[in-house]
Design a protein around this ligand. Structure first.
Ligand code: GLA
Length: 581
């Protein structure tokens, strides 16, 4: 058993040969954080590890104590003035809560998170899960915190779940984790960038104040990858302590370190609270995404290795998880939109001669897609370019003993497309306001099940009708004017999250229907390269920048967290098309 419950002082000890994580019930009934670090021996009295256990008088609680208490999933409003993990707004308008310990269950294995990507086990002996239920008696609401410790990895995963409620409770903030650390002698390393220079390693000192990364773009972004590393100032690649946090989520997020003026540090990470409001009565239970925490006392290298091994083998799925990935040729920079079947077959023939295994047809094969102003959303082959359709081309390519792959951008639509003309209300836009285009396209409203169904119907017809063994799933603009047309006002606050749940749902349906297909995620290069995507697509387009020198930095930064098997790598023309160098 790797989770031990000590009843005498109500502490939980998650431990394996490498790490320990200790939490307990505080005198006020809420959960406190006690220890996270190298493995310590299990014993009674672990609560003593905290310097000043909280005293508590239920009749007259001392507000000042909460501001110093090391908490597990803190709220705001009863004395803790730091960044909270969650906020639940009640019918009265109050946001004050008191979630106290109600019970817990320790089970072997690791349950799946409904509708969300998550790390998993193949055998229950690989991990142990602790689920703690907390209850607020005044609003009769339940909160479940879930922790999994893997048997042979320095890894703990966490998530939270707010139960559905008949009361109109609105969750306006629901982090996946908060972690109160006893000191703030750390540096924060994050992966920051932009298009064509994704995931550069960026390090800053932690000083009193809040250091944050975020995305409000509707996708995890090239600007700030949803991962953070706290490292001691002396930590190197091979020595010293480092704690890594990776959010298994692809939408809006925030990760922050709130360093107070008393020498403590609180880490909070999860869905971004801005523009987020989840009505438990209307939207159902709220399951937060998972955060993976890795502890290393052997430097950044050991931390990266722990992430790599977990993500490559217990996050990625499908037949390609453990198989060598095919060497592919992608026609995009060779032809852009200017191709016909003969030209593609010529390229494929040359590719075959130099050992390429998979020919990928990129943008431009469908509808009236002659340039990037039109055709997105119309996923039927253009018969002028491809007289035999996708089946005809795929048959010819596979006859050359090459596999065949195809580009899609399922979440998008050009205003100039049959799909948009038929369903103008299927795009995210705020009524009576101008809708911004990005690369001449609108974003489809994937928070609507009928939109996801329609894309599934189009894509499955193509994938089922031809020998397609690879899909490059692109996503080329950020979300703006986010509003779901025809959806109730009280549910607009959940649209960003339900959009990404819709993306996950479409991925899952396609994976189940076409398990042999290798999916590669892409977003204008590497703008959605995150652990969430890895659950569906075992590899990602790291960047549109394929310049060999520039690319080294991108590969290096990406490899801080993500396994090498997940990082697409390119050989391309010199001078490079994107940099001109
Ligand atoms: C994005 C991708 C490219 C290519 C184009 C096609 O920019 O990152 O690799 O697929 O779209 O339009």
């Amino acid at each position: 058993m790797t989770v031990t419950y000590h009843q005498a002082d109500a502490t939980f000890h998650l431990h394996n040969a490498q790490i320990s994580y200790v939490l307990g019930v505080m005198p006020n009934g809420q959960l406190g954080q006690i220890y996270f670090g190298p493995r310590i021996h299990d014993r009674e009295g672990l609560a003593d590890l905290i310097e000043s256990p909280m005293s508590y008088d239920p009749a007259e609680p001392d507000a000042g104590q909460m501001d110093q208490a090391r908490q597990e999933y803190p709220s705001f409003g009863t004395g803790d003035m730091r960044t909270p993990a969650f906020t639940v707004v009640q019918p009265s308008g109050s946001h004050v809560t008191n979630f106290t310990y109600q019970g817990h269950v320790i089970t072997p294995g690791k349950p799946r998170l409904a509708g969300l990507p998550a790390t998993y086990v193949e055998d229950d002996s690989e991990a142990t899960t602790l689920a703690i239920t907390l209850h607020d008696a005044v609003i009769d609401a339940t909160l479940m915190l879930q922790y999994t410790i893997y048997e042979n990895r320095p890894v703990i995963t966490r998530s939270a779940r707010f139960a559905a409620s008949a009361t109109p409770l609105t969750v306006t903030r629901a982090a996946s984790l908060a972690l109160d650390l006893p000191d703030q002698d750390y540096e924060l390393t994050t992966l920051t960038g932009a298009w064509a220079r994704e995931r550069a390693v960026t390090t800053r000192a932690i000083v009193p104040g809040i250091a944050a990364i975020q995305s409000l773009r509707g996708h995890s972004s090239a600007q700030f990858n949803p991962a953070m590393i706290l490292r001691r100032p002396h930590t190197t690649e091979d020595s010293g302590a480092a704690i890594g946090f990776a959010l298994v989520y692809s939408g809006n997020f925030q990760g922050l370190v709130d360093a107070d003026t008393m020498g403590h540090a609180r880490v909070v990470m999860g869905i971004h609270p801005d523009h987020f409001a989840w009505r438990l009565d209307l939207d159902g239970a709220l399951q937060t995404p998972e955060v993976v925490m890795v502890y290393s006392d052997r430097g950044l290298n050991a931390m990266s290795q722990a992430f790599h091994d977990l993500f490559a083998h217990r996050l990625a799925r499908g037949p390609y998880r453990d198989a060598p990935r095919p060497i592919l040729l992608n026609n995009w920079e060779a032809t852009y939109f200017d191709f016909d079947e003969a030209k593609l077959l010529g390229i494929a023939e040359t590719a075959k001669k130099v050992g390429v295994e998979l020919f990928v047809l990129d943008d431009g094969w469908f509808g009236e897609r002659h340039d990037d102003t039109l055709g997105l959303g119309d996923w039927q082959a253009n018969r002028t370019k491809l007289p035999g359709g996708i089946k005809g081309l795929a048959d010819k390519i596979t006859a050359m003993d090459l596999k065949f792959g195809l580009w899609f951008e399922p979440e998008m639509v050009n205003p100039n497309s049959d799909l948009f003309r038929a369903h103008p209300d299927w795009v995210l836009r705020t009524p009576d306001r101008v809708a911004s285009v990005g690369r001449h396209q609108y974003v489809l409203d994937f928070s609507k099940p009928e939109v996801v169904d329609a894309l599934y119907a189009q894509m499955s017809a193509i994938l089922g009708g031809a020998k397609v063994s690879y899909v490059k799933w692109d996503m080329n603009r950020s979300l703006t004017e986010v509003f779901s047309q025809g959806t109730a006002p009280e549910r607009q606050g959940s649209v960003y999250h339900r959009f990404i749940l819709g993306v996950y749902a479409l991925y899952e349906r396609l994976i189940q229907a076409f398990p042999h297909v290798l999916f590669e995620s892409c977003a204008g290069g590497g703008s959605r390269f995150d652990a969430g995507m890895l659950y569906y697509a075992p590899q990602g387009w790291a960047s549109d920048d394929t310049d060999a020198v520039a690319r080294q930095k991108i590969q290096y930064g990406t490899s801080m967290i993500y396994p090498l098997s997940s990082i697409g790598s390119h050989v391309s023309a010199v001078p490079n098309h994107q940099l001109g160098a």
